[in-house]
Ligand binder design. Sequence first.
Ligand code: ADE
Length: 264
Amino acid sequence: MNDSSSALEFVILTLFPRYFVSPFSESILSKAQAKGLVKVKIVDIRDFAEGRHRVADDYPFGGGEGMVLKVEPIARALEQVGRDSPGPMRVALLSPQGQLFSQELAQELARQKKLVLICGHYEGVDERVAEHFIDQEISIGDYVLSGGEAAALVIVETVARLVPGVLGNPLSPGNDSLAGGVLKHPVYTRPADYSGRQVPPVLFSGDHHKIDRWQRKESLRRTRSRRPDLWAKLELSESDQEILAEIETEERERGGQDEPDSKN
Ligand code: ADE
């Protein structure tokens, strides 16, 4: 058991608390909580709404489609969250208008003590929440979800696995796809021969230097061919430049095809 005061605490404000029951009781997230490395608290925004019907949303001023989440229940819920565990907290509203979530942002969030994620719903959230109660808005991608719940799950899962001790192998996050701005190399397991499709022989060589170099080469090859946006930002070391020269020679020999077609 870890000292729970050093755990990263996620607090999720939502209108749909039951949405999170199953994902947080499975696999790595459940183990991380059991080990005391991560705490997850789900807060029902409706508990902070007024009146017998606990109405948390209302019609938009000026007209328009759908309902808008009200400012007061969210403000009251945040006050309660602050009282429950005092100390610094990072508050993010999940919305398609936010900063795009990335591995880099996940690394920054993993260094926080307490991360509060507000799930927007319906047609939006009263703008005064964004103006007065949050540190940032986060979007998980350029598409529109019905609410922020799926986005909160994505963020919790991505950030939690970066907390030291959550993954069994301490080297694992560094080896992730996108760690260091490149895609992960291909991986294989048994059988070594599947219907005539062979695992690259270098992986049986036992030569770790050679294997590392092959993995780096395949990472660079994939990143260059699949993600020109990442490739453009990459700073290549001298050894990377040598590897790139090899890739280019291989391409010329193959006639310009930089990644073999995976289906053939
Ligand atoms: N809510 C609706 N769409 C979203 C998105 N793309 N990211 C975060 N929250 C959202």
